[in-house]
Ligand binder design. Structure first.
Ligand SMILES: NC(=O)C1=CN([C@@H]2O[C@H](COP(=O)(O)OP(=O)(O)OC[C@H]3O[C@@H](n4cnc5c(N)ncnc54)[C@H](OP(=O)(O)O)[C@@H]3O)[C@@H](O)[C@H]2O)C=CC1
Ligand SMILES: O=C(O)CCC(=O)C(=O)O
Ligand SMILES: [Mg+2]
Length: 744
């Protein structure tokens, strides 16, 4: 790996990838002229799929495995990576990508749902490497520091987003299990020394199945295991379906099937099976024949039955319509297109979906496109209760006020795959009744869980070094910000109880004099943080990986309207920097709008903030003065951008993502023109600033007047780069101005 100071900018998917076609040429123009190298690496879902199959692709079609390269880089001190959100693919998304690539002439094999031989098993294993949250855990060699910078908070106070009102008699609530879940069954242990673990299912019939023959663990590592009873989950879901009907609230399910890619699709499938039970039973044989997979959602049924005669299709569809009349109303993802909460496992993802519901008065959309009170089903108790605490607070005190509310930044434990629950090769769908037993190399039993066929059993690892780093980061943030820091840990949970001991120990390594650092159960931590936020006070949440994910959408969405406006830094444990953009996802809805009317409402503020932090890091690590200068100027430009409210509008014909990039470029050039530290840069950027200012009206007109047309960029997951670039760079005046400063 070269040690030249450079920034790696990632190419990803959907809305952020489209935005990059417009933003990257601007970044290139500014950094080229300063001699700062910016290189790209493609970690899009399509590229990650292609990288798995060099053997079937032609020389021209073959792509490098950029993710593997970046995974290596993330462990080195010179790493400086800007990571945009990417698709964490659900099964249906992965299959759609394969289909699109095949239609573009890539001779990829089909995805074998049920491999029939070794060859198919190997194909499936390769595809599965690109499934779910396959990027973030590879790059996250550090813990997470996510917060709203002051300028962004001031912006939200000046231009508050809309918040739905709350009523004291809202019927919305969270429903969770009371037994048989992961929370209730968790067992945890800290490894005294490095060892190798074995996971085995001792079946009732006396035979043993080795689930994992060997797993190396380090001294000090926290290991835990838990199970989810499918029988109890089914009866809980049945109860909730009846209760939603009786209480006349929408039924909705909130999981993280993308990130917890093994456990949560199974839970999703169980809910699909229970909700559509009668129809699925009536047509069981036919649906089996056409290969319907409930874990992929009811949307998969509609695709699967396309193979049937139109009469057969009509019969099944008719039965589903009849079932809807008996069942409670379901929360809709898109009522115009008939997309329900149970259509696709990746459409409703808890980190974004629960905050959106809370922002919308605790309601979700019904089939008539109206907001309605909702039962939010979050089966496992580990974190469900925090959302109920927010709902209770809103019912009592009304909606939060973005103009006065304080902030809850987050310090999250996630380095080296910490607490990656339910997502990896240590989560199993149990094939038969028995006991799952974990033993160490001396044969001593660590954990033992009685299980039934169909249950989910998961193990999770959290290494010691990341925990120490996380505690240190929390103390640093508390010191730098002056805000109290709360560790959200539940003494009644086996895993958290181990972490509490470690936190108490490692806090002693730091000077905490004068700091307010507490350890509280998540519900208590939530209540105190909400009480303080209403008084305009800030409270740092110091959490494990799952709460990091949940809270870094929840609070930003309440405070700023979207998590896209967050600063999201991952100080890598070996000294490098990973700068994530925002905290949200890849906004598929934004792409839909872009394709329908050539308006991209994606807000790249997260990218602007990440770039400033990345340049600053490059400047300080390599003593590169021009990088520092660019960083300072970009900081000012970001302030100006927010102050002038040049974020994209949601409406066609108005300023969109491209227009917002133009303004950023103008403010950035103006800031560089205003400085006196570097004469050459001053001269160059004064010319650019003057040109952009003089042509502001023309450029904005060129960018806005193209809107209102449908667009075709020949692909969704793997669009034609030239067409996408043309679409995203429609202003000749702006392009010519940028060419003026670009080197060469
Ligand atoms: N770090 C990562 O790589 C992450 C990836 N993902 C992936 O993203 C995909 C979609 O996930 P989903 O949960 O729907 O989350 P998204 O964040 O994509 O969408 C939720 C909503 O948040 C708003 N939003 C998000 N980002 C922006 C932005 N930059 N500018 C303006 N508004 C924004 C949009 O609201 P509105 O519609 O009102 O405009 C959007 O519809 C999935 O494939 C998921 O796996 C998800 C989270 C993180
Ligand atoms: O990796 C993923 O799938 C999602 C990550 C995410 O939502 C987050 O880090 O906030
Ligand atoms: Mg998230």
């Amino acid at each position: 790996m070269s040690k030249t100071p450079k920034i790696i900018y990632t190419l990803t998917d959907e809305a952020p990838a489209l935005a990059t076609y417009s933003l990257l040429p601007i970044i290139d123009a500014f950094t080229d002229s300063a001699g700062v190298e910016v290189e790209t690496r493609d970690i899009s879902l399509a590229a990650r799929v292609l990288a798995q199959f060099p053997d079937v692709l032609s020389d021209e079609q073959r792509v490098s495995d950029d993710l593997a390269e970046l995974g290596q880089l993330a462990t080195m001190p010179e790493a400086n990576i800007i990571k945009l959100p990417n698709i964490s693919a659900s099964g249906p998304q992965l299959k759609a990508t394969i289909k699109e690539l095949q239609s573009q002439g890539y001779p990829l094999p089909n995805y074998p749902d049920e491999p029939k031989n070794d060859e198919e098993a190997s194909v499936k294993a390769r595809y599965d490497k690109a499934k779910g949250s396959a990027v973030n855990p590879v790059l996250r060699e550090g813990n997470s520091d996510r917060r709203a910078p002051k300028s962004v908070k001031n912006y939200a106070r000046k231009y508050p987003h809309r918040m739905g009102e709350w009523s004291a008699d809202s019927k919305s609530h969270v429903a969770h299990m009371s037994e048989g879940d992961f929370y209730g069954s968790e067992q945890s242990a800290v490894m005294e020394k490095a060892t190798t673990l074995k996971i085995e299912l001792q079946q009732k019939d006396g035979t043993n199945v080795v689930l994992k023959p060997s797993l190396s663990v380090l001294a000090g590592e926290v290991i835990d295991a838990a199970s989810m009873s499918s029988r109890r989950l089914r009866s809980f879901i049945d109860g909730q379906i009846s209760d939603a009907k009786e209480s006349d609230v929408l039924f909705s399910l909130h999981l993280k099937a993308t990130m917890m890619k093994v456990s949560d699709p199974i839970m999703f499938g169980i809910v699909v099976e229970e909700f559509y039970k009668d129809v699925l039973a009536k047509h069981a044989d036919t649906l089996k024949e056409v290969g319907f997979n409930p874990n992929s959602g009811i949307g998969d049924l509609y695709s699967a039955i396309e193979k049937l005669s139109s009469d057969q299709q009509a019969a099944i569809k008719g039965d589903i319509e009849a079932l809807y009349k008996e069942r409670p109303a379901m929360a809709m993802v898109n009522s115009h297109k008939g997309i329900t909460n149970l259509h696709v496992p990746s459409d409703v993802i808890i980190d974004a979906s629960m905050p959106a519901m809370i922002r919308d008065s605790g309601k979700m959309w019904n089939v008539n496109d109206e907001l309605q009170d909702t039962k939010a089903v979050i089966p496992d108790r580990c974190y469900a209760t925090i959302y109920q605490a927010v709902i209770e607070d809103c019912k009592k005190n009304g909606a939060f006020d973005p103009t006065t509310m304080g902030s809850v930044p987050n310090v999250g434990l996630m380095a080296q795959k910490a607490e990656e629950y339910g997502s990896h090769d240590k989560t199993f769908h149990i094939p038969a009744d028995g006991t799952v037993v974990v033993t160490d190399e001396t044969g001593q039993t660590l954990f033992s869980h009685p299980v039934e066929a169909g249950d989910i059993w998961r193990m999770c690892q959290t290494k010691d070094a990341p925990i120490q780093d996380w505690v240190k980061l929390a103390v640093t943030r508390a010191r730098d910000s002056g805000a109290p820091a709360i560790f959200w840990l539940d003494a009644n949970r086996a895993h958290d109880a181990q972490l509490i001991k470690k936190v108490e120990t490692y806090l002693k390594d730091h000077d905490t004099a004068g700091l307010d650092i507490r350890i509280l159960a998540p519900v208590d931590a939530m209540q105190i943080s909400l009480e303080r936020i209403r008084k305009g006070e800030d409270t740092i949440s110091v959490t494990g990986n799952v709460l990091r994910d949940y809270l870094t959408d929840l609070f930003p969405i309440m405070e700023l309207g979207t998590s896209a406006k967050m600063l999201s830094i991952v100080p890598l444990m070996n000294g490098g920097g990973l700068f994530e953009t925002g905290a949200g996802g890849s906004a598929p809805k934004h792409v839909q709008q872009f394709l329908e009317e050539n308006h991209l409402r994606w807000d790249s503020l997260g990218e602007f903030l990440a770039l400033a932090a990345s340049l600053e890091h490059l400047g300080s690590t390599f003593g590169n003065e021009r990088a520092t200068l660019l960083a300072k100027a970009l900081d000012e430009a970001n302030g100006q951008f927010l102050d002038s409210n040049k974020s994209p509008s949601r409406k066609v014909g108005e300023l969109d993502n491209r227009g917002s990039h133009f303004y950023l470029a103008m403010y950035w050039a103006e800031a560089l023109a205003a400085q006196d530290q570097d004469e050459e840069m001053k001269t160059l950027f004064t010319r650019l600033a003057e040109t952009l200012k003089a042509n502001e009206a023309t450029i904005v007109d060129e960018l806005n007047s193209v809107q209102g047309q449908s667009m075709d960029i020949q692909g969704y997951f793997h669009p034609n780069g030239e067409l996408a670039s043309q679409a995203m760079r429609p202003s000749k005046t702006l392009n010519d101005a940028l060419a003026m400063v670009a080197k060469g």
